[in-house]
Design a protein around this ligand. Structure first.
Ligand SMILES: C[S@@+](CC[C@H](N)C(=O)[O-])C[C@H]1O[C@@H](n2cnc3c(N)ncnc32)[C@H](O)[C@@H]1O
Length: 391
């Protein structure tokens, strides 16, 4: 029988991508990251060698004689992600090219690079293109896949782009095999007593509990969208202050106008000219709303005071989770579908497709960070099976 293929992993974090490859029969030889806490969690579970290295300045210590079947590289996504500031010259973007630097030195048969789809958009694409070019100049064939974890038996919408580079005899890579869809209901079962599962209800009489009670599954608190899935601050008078029907009409109209009357090239909504609002509603009612704190003055414009798009998002148990990110344990960001609390670490791990035997350590912030950074192992497993056929 042929020996099992091995893999070396860069930017391994707590090991989501690595776990998928391990479960597909690959032997983990080395996992590298600069986050010691994530590496400790990784080591506890897969018990494979880890190295704490800053890959922006050094290469991992891999013997020149090492035979590498697969090199994994899930480099940081913050500089590419549309959820962040997305600066094209974010130094973390250069880390995408560490994969080709290490490939040049050690000549793995296959390289798998993974990131967020933002890496393909606009000016940022130049890093992704540079990686393609660099891998091709090293003699690899390359292919991109845009994948959503929901297609791989994960109860979460999480889109990722994966570049597979290979230098074996094959001309094509097989598409990673899809699985039937599942929902949050399928994964949020039988959690009691498990490690990393300490649900904490929101404090009685807290502002957060009052808000949470008003948010139904499928809804979020937002002042920049309308429709059934949106609850506005003026819908929660016990927290944000009472308004009368006319005042709510004015606020709803401003919400709509903010998105219609575009003045800035960024964001998706703008303040509204005070002169126009005075003409429409008269000065008195605007003054009342300013006094109540629902409006604020910005030069010659008026704006809603809270303009975030989506806090206290409560998913539907019969649907999918939005992308599990590093703030997933914060109830002001995401609420449990049925209880008035945030998700626990174990629930976040389940939604990412981690098995219950994987134990998370570190502060809660560190645990949510490593889970939010991970590739869902079931998606990694499907990628690993496609890669296996190349070897
Ligand atoms: C997107 S996460 C990788 C997640 C991992 N592939 C998984 O599936 O669990 C990116 C990782 O890069 C690590 N990282 C960031 N900058 C680094 C650097 N300069 N050197 C090494 N690792 C770095 C972070 O600690 C983080 O764990």
């Amino acid at each position: 029988m042929a020996a099992s293929p091995n893999f070396y992993s860069l930017f391994s974090g707590c090991g989501g991508l690595d776990l998928g490859f391990h479960e597909a029969g690959f032997i983990p030889r080395l996992s590298v990251d600069l986050d010691e806490v994530a590496l400790a969690v990784h080591k506890n579970h897969l018990n494979s060698p880890v190295q704490c290295v800053d890959l922006s300045i050094s290469d991992p210590a891999i013997p020149a004689s090492a035979r590498i079947d697969v090199l994994l590289a899930g480099s940081p996504c913050q500089g590419f992600s549309t959820a962040g500031r997305r600066q094209v010259d974010d130094p973390r973007n250069d880390l995408l090219l560490v994969a080709s630097r290490v490939a040049e030195k050690h000549r793995p048969k296959v390289v798998v690079a993974e990131n967020v789809p933002g890496a393909l958009a606009g000016e940022h694409r130049r890093y992704w293109e540079a990686l393609h070019q660099s891998m091709r100049s090293l003699g690899y064939k390359t292919k991109d896949y845009l994948l959503n974890s929901a297609d791989f038996g994960v109860a979460q919408n999480r889109r990722r782009v994966v570049m597979i580079s290979w230098r074996t005899k094959f001309d094509e890579v097989e598409e990673p095999a899809r699985k039937p869809p599942i929902t949050l209901r399928d994964v949020l079962l039988d959690l009691e007593g498990l490690a990393n599962h300490n649900p904490i209800e929101l404090a009685p009489e807290s502002k957060h509990l009052k808000i949470a009670r008003r948010i139904k599954p499928g809804q979020k608190l937002t002042n920049s969208r309308a429709g059934e899935s949106s609850v506005h601050t003026w819908d929660i008078p016990e927290v944000f202050g009472r308004t009368n029907k006319r005042q709510r009409e004015v606020l709803s109209t401003i919400l709509r106008l903010r998105r219609q009357e575009r003045k800035r090239a960024y964001g998706d909504a703008d303040p509204v000219a005070t002169s126009m609002l005075v003409k429409m509603f008269g000065k008195d009612i605007l003054d009342q709303l300013l006094k109540k704190g629902y409006l604020r003055v910005l030069g010659e414009y008026l704006d809603l005071t809270s303009t975030f798009n989506g806090k206290y998002r409560r998913p539907n148990l019969d649907g999918l989770s939005r992308t599990v990110d590093t703030r997933f344990g914060d109830y002001t960001s995401v609420l449990h579908p049925e209880e008035h609390r945030s998700f626990t670490v174990r629930e976040a791990a389940r939604i990412q497709g981690f098995p219950d035997k994987k134990i998370f350590e570190g502060t809660l912030k560190e645990q949510f960070r490593m889970i939010g950074n991970a590739v869902p192992p079931p998606m990694a497993f499907a990628i690993a099976n496609s890669v296996r056929r190349l070897l």
